[in-house]
Design a binder for this molecule. Sequence first.
Ligand code: BGC
Length: 700
Amino acid sequence: MSWQSQPLNKRIVAFDKELIHAGNKGLAIDHEEVAVEVDALMATMTLSQKINQLHGLQPASIDGFYYAGGDEELGLAPYKMVDGPRGARAGMATAFPVAIGRAATFDVELERRVGLAMGLEVAAKGGNVILAPTINLLRHPGWGRAQETYSEDPWHMGAMAVAFISGAQNHVLTSPKHFALNNLEITRFDLSANIDVRSLHEVYLPHFKRSIQETAAASVMSAYNKMNDVYCGEHPILLTDILRDDWGFTGFVESDWFLGTRSTAAAIDAGMDIEMPSTHWYSEENINEALASGELNEEAIHRNARRVVYQNVAWQIADMEVPDERVVECEEHIALAREVAEKSFVLLKNDKILPLEDTPGLKVALVGDLADTVNLGDRGSSFVTSSEVSTPLSGLQAFIKHASLHYFRSDDDLTRLGEFDICIVVAGLTYVEEGEFIPTQQQEVEEGELARGGDRETFALPDHQRFLIDTVAGVAKKTIVLLEGGSAIQVTDWLDKVDALLMLWYPGREGGHAIANVLFGNCSPSGKLPVSFPRSMDQLMPWDVNSLSVDHSLLHGYRLLDHQDQEPAFPFGFGMSYTTFDLDGLQIERTADHFNVTVSVTNTGTVSGVEIVQLYVSCTDSTVFRVPKELKGFGRAELEAGETADLEMNLGDEDLRYYDPEQNGWVLESCSYDLQLGVSSRDLPLSSGWLFDGVEWQPV
Ligand code: BGC
């Protein structure tokens, strides 16, 4: 065949670093220049002025903003910090789908755009630090704040986090949180997360490290909990040895709020720079006392204050532009929120029922109170209020032109459902069952802005929700379940009774419109699970929401399920489409320090769609324990029907190493590696074996 008749396939580069990191101001800092300016300023500062840099400026937020670090005399404008992970928590703002939903898109470029939009909205409201992203690994899907984070997998988490950070840092400073091991909610103020050095570096910290080294996150928030019996806010190993000495972090660390600081000298010495939101332990009086008793020395005050001042100068906080407030909830951000929601939905079951066709004569029933409920996620610190929210009901009402739509609340007469061609049930969770734990009685009674949340003791849906699904499925001709929630939910007890299941997460202000577009085939679902859906909690490690001590290891999520050879209800990385794909032509090219992995992806169906290709690595003859396989790359192929693309991924040697506690460092072991490619952690049809002899790599 001549070159003319052989069309070149579209080429897709997964994780295009240049594109992801474009415009990130943290990466453009001229550190030499800043250091000179900061040292000159520091030389003029009194002890009292330095101490003033070390705490927030008032206990309650002002219009959502928490202030720190300002000093008029020195010409330093204050940091104005605001939550959080799904949008600006200051008045009205674009409520994006929660982070776990955005993670289901496996779309780093999209997440960068979300970061850009949230950063811009924060800046337009006068803020300069966004208290996001939350990147605590989802060790157990019952964690109340699962919705705020991205994944049970550190590589996936790292990719989404750096995309968000680089996007947001076009406009404002970011603050990846909570450093570290904050993954049980109810006991977060007292709990000790116990962990060995290897699991810490290999599983629970890589995404924090990437946030610092790859994308220059400007600040880090410490966690409430303890690590190995020492509070994270005063942990020298976390805050100094790892964060600064090992990773080279030059930003500041602020405490988590209220109970995030537990001491004066110990916390300052360990490297926790700013007590938030105001001062107690870091008051001038306490610090002077600690200095006088010799518990603390002035150098530590100088060092910590310098870190706070450093970012202020580097980011030129006083001269930061405040964009026009009309960018908040602007058309572009609303369209983005809708696009993200559409791409975040995960089709888990489809018995030839979806997509629906909006034809005259089609009788659709929409069932359940959640269909008519604004359900944006928890009501803890990440709660965002939008001026308008499209619910499943309003979204379908706006979309449907020809079919008929009838809405049933849960207590309506559901025996009539048999008259409809299709019954769509909206079921799931709300801020009452999961979220940041804010249990004050008054708030529960008032059903005010903040509410209970907490960890989930069970994956099962609340009884009334299961009853609703059972009732509808018992009467309806065809049942589609739309499931809202921020993590894995048990589906095994009712899945067989329904015809289709679409996981929505908490889909943000545009959720309803996105639902209509996906259900009626304007776009094909393309999300994949960022968290394994076990058959029940029994498949995972023991889980006690009141525990004060939790042991961490290399095994959780799909790593644990693989290791124990357990079949989950739906594996990590799983999600269906309205079309079909074929993967072939795996090519692997070895360079000096990485593999170029290319695979051809063809849309073999009749409609356009997206396949998310995943690359896992197994180390087959290691001398140390290795989990069966680990995700080390992914890419998205958006393809028209019949189209083929060559998807290129880059697998670096650093991703093949394990952490050796004896050497306190990473080791690239001489052994065999199996590179496996496919479309979920349990569907990996292509593979290629490689042997490393300590010097060279050979295919086997
Ligand atoms: C949460 C943080 C949040 C902070 C400020 C804390 O309780 O743990 O994630 O950023 O409050 O609202």
